[in-house]
Design a protein around this ligand. Sequence first.
Ligand code: PMP
Length: 441
Amino acid sequence: EEERLDANTQASKHMLERAEKHLAGGVASSYQLRDPWPIYIERGDGQYIYDVDGNEYFDFHNGFGAMVQGHNNPAIGAAVAKRFPLGTHFGAATEDGIVVAELLAERWGLPKWRFTNSGSESTMDAIRIARAYTGRDTVMKIFGSYHGHHDTVMVSIGVPYDEIGDREHYASLPYGGGIPQATVEMTIPVPFNDAGAMERRIIELDAQGRKPSCVILEPAMMNLGVVLPEPGYLEAVREITNKYGIVLIFDEVKTGLTIAAGGATEYFGVKPDLVTMAKSLGGGLPTGAIGGSDEVMRVVEDHTVYQVGTYSGNPLSMAAARANLEKVLTPQAYQHLDYLNERLLTGSEAIIAEYNLPGYAVGIGSKGCVTFSPSKIVDYESYKATQDVALTELAWLFNMNRKIFMTPGREEEWTLSVVHDDKAVDAYLECFTEFAHTITR
Ligand code: PMP
């Protein structure tokens, strides 16, 4: 399979040779890397993506989950085309931004919003808001959870397999160089799906005078494939954070607008104090948002916290986000996503059962994956201990060679778009059947 993919992507190979002369590593972001070379893309249209070799793929990667509206969406294209001749950047607010805040407030039931340009900016600012609101520095996160690339949250992720047994050690392990140990020490990870462990750690920290300012978590983890919250877990986290006066931040950079019109907050029926968004909000233009309660967001309104950015609320991004919310990611759109995902998940489950594969299909809204593991993954440790890495990587190659474009690496899920159709589902299931047949032959 490796040779076949290599043979099909020779133009990408040549592009890397040129790219790496002046683009460090040949890519714009380290997450775009792949061995032996990245796949360079020429264009996307609807549910399809085309690489520089001219290969046409069904796009299940969808720009790390940002393109739930599909590529080249006409409603978003029209809004951007209308905005461009009127000016694209002023460093002042526009009406579209007000409408986007109104629509998000309605969907999330949180009254106050601000805009950023990425998920990392959203989580960075939300944590600052929580620290200012509580007057405390410590941040509690989940082992293995990704919240962007700023120092405070680049902790206890990307842990090498052989170090995973030593929780004490990797609790304060920075993800890569250049991250000050002093910052890392302020971030305290706890396991997902274990409210008891969270409360015990809060009590310990409180006794040391280090009570957390906030708990930041993804309501459903989406960087270990998909790991859903166990029934009652999010409710318990809400109860604990209320009890100890800790700000609860739902990081909905991935779940927001991909699993329901009002994200995980609506889907699971648990309301955080702050929510962070990005990815699918901008309809393919870079934008992010932070939403919150009147009480917590007051520290922004009274200028205690500088929540700022030259491009925040950029008119082009806001025009795209408004069209996205008003015309594309409507409540009805989620019925279509649910229908397609249900077909993918039940179809995959049937193949897993028929061929007796060590794995299961899991998903929610537009997101899902086949997790190759003999037992259910509930947190980072069970993920590291039981995920079948070889099968996961082989499945990716199989998909790519049969024109199903998926995120390289072992940690991502598929994201469907509102313009995906039954053909995409059929192609995936056909490919998965061939995969199952081949590996069990
Ligand atoms: N939070 C979560 C849950 C994410 O998945 C990501 C990106 N994968 C981020 C934050 C960071 O977003 P960005 O890459 O836009 O900075």
